[in-house]
Design a protein around this ligand. Structure first.
Ligand code: SAH
Length: 274
């Protein structure tokens, strides 16, 4: 059975303040053939202003799914693209809108995809952006680069439509042939949590002063776009490490020593100096 890629594409708006922008986004989506709108804790919705601005795209608004967190909105998605009006401190793999349209369309025939848009006043937080596989920036005037939210949705959804039209003319888009499905957002998130915990347990990460380590590790793994099998292997590696640390601690404690990370660190230092 062939999947209709349009139904696999979600447009996610995070914490939208002005309901008119929600209506404008719904209209932009429907014009381009998209229908799945997710709203993360909108300030005012449902709203007459949203209905008015949607100019007849009320079906998109009626079917919109309202959730409390970005995690819920991207649950089950194996490609998540975050939009950003400006450069961020830790750069992320970046797409231009055309590449974004091509990738979203190609991957939507295989699995669920989300494109995430931020708040009118301050965009997406770094934490939210770090949940995305790619960032996309609309290359506007550098001195005036922030578009209206619904306008940004229009530009991105237009590029998705252009990718669809290119593909339907028989022109080939870059393929994504792989033997395993990619890991989805939720599986990746729980992997990163397990990784962080393990790094704390083995004494690599100081929970009092974690710096940007986890962000950089997320970015590193993200560049590879792990599949489900690879992620399972890495989870197994972490579990084995955690078991090792746990049982080593028990043995050390049995020998009458304190089996905590500091003791193990001291032991490692002694070992090096011998
Ligand atoms: N002042 C905010 C701009 C937010 S604009 C900031 O500095 O981040 C609201 C949303 O519209 C953004 O979060 C993004 O989703 C989208 N947007 C606006 N301009 C954009 C651009 N040039 N490229 C990509 N997305 C953009």
């Amino acid at each position: 059975m062939t999947i209709n890629p349009f139904v696999n594409i979600r447009i996610v708006l995070v914490n939208t303040t002005h309901p008119g922008n929600i209506g404008g986004a719904a209209r932009a989506m429907k014009n381009m053939g998209l229908s799945r709108l997710y709203l993360v804790a909108p300030k005012e919705f449902p709203s007459d202003k949203a209905t008015w601005r949607s100019a007849g795209a009320t079906d998109v608004l009626d079917d919109a799914i309202v959730v409390d967190s970005l995690d819920e909105a991207i649950q089950g998605c194996s490609l998540v693209v975050g939009t950003s009006a400006r450069e961020r401190r830790i750069p992320w793999p970046l797409l231009d809108p055309r590449e974004c349209g091509t990738n979203v369309w190609a991957e939507a025939s295989q699995h669920e995809v989300a494109v995430v848009f931020g708040r009118e006043d301050r965009g997406l937080t770094n934490e939210e952006l770090h949940k995305c596989n790619y960032h996309v920036h609309i290359p506007a005037n550098e001195e005036y680069s922030s578009l209206n939210l619904a306008t940004a949705v229009q530009v991105i959804t237009y590029e998705i439509r252009m990718a669809y039209l290119t593909a339907s003319k028989g022109n080939t888009l870059p393929g994504h042939v792989w033997d395993m499905p990619p890991a989805d957002a939720q599986a990746l998130d729980s992997y990163y949590q397990q990784l962080e915990q393990t790094l704390v347990n083995v004494g690599f990460l100081d929970p009092e002063n974690p710096k940007q380590t986890m962000t950089r590790l997320r970015r590193l793994y993200n560049r590879i776009r792990m599949d489900q099998m690879e992620l399972n292997i890495l989870r197994g590696v972490l579990t084995a490490m955690q078991n090792y640390v746990f049982y080593t601690g028990k043995v050390v404690a049995k020998l009458g020593l304190k089996g905590d990370v500091d003791t193990l660190r001291e032991a490692a230092k002694l070992d090096k100096s011998e």
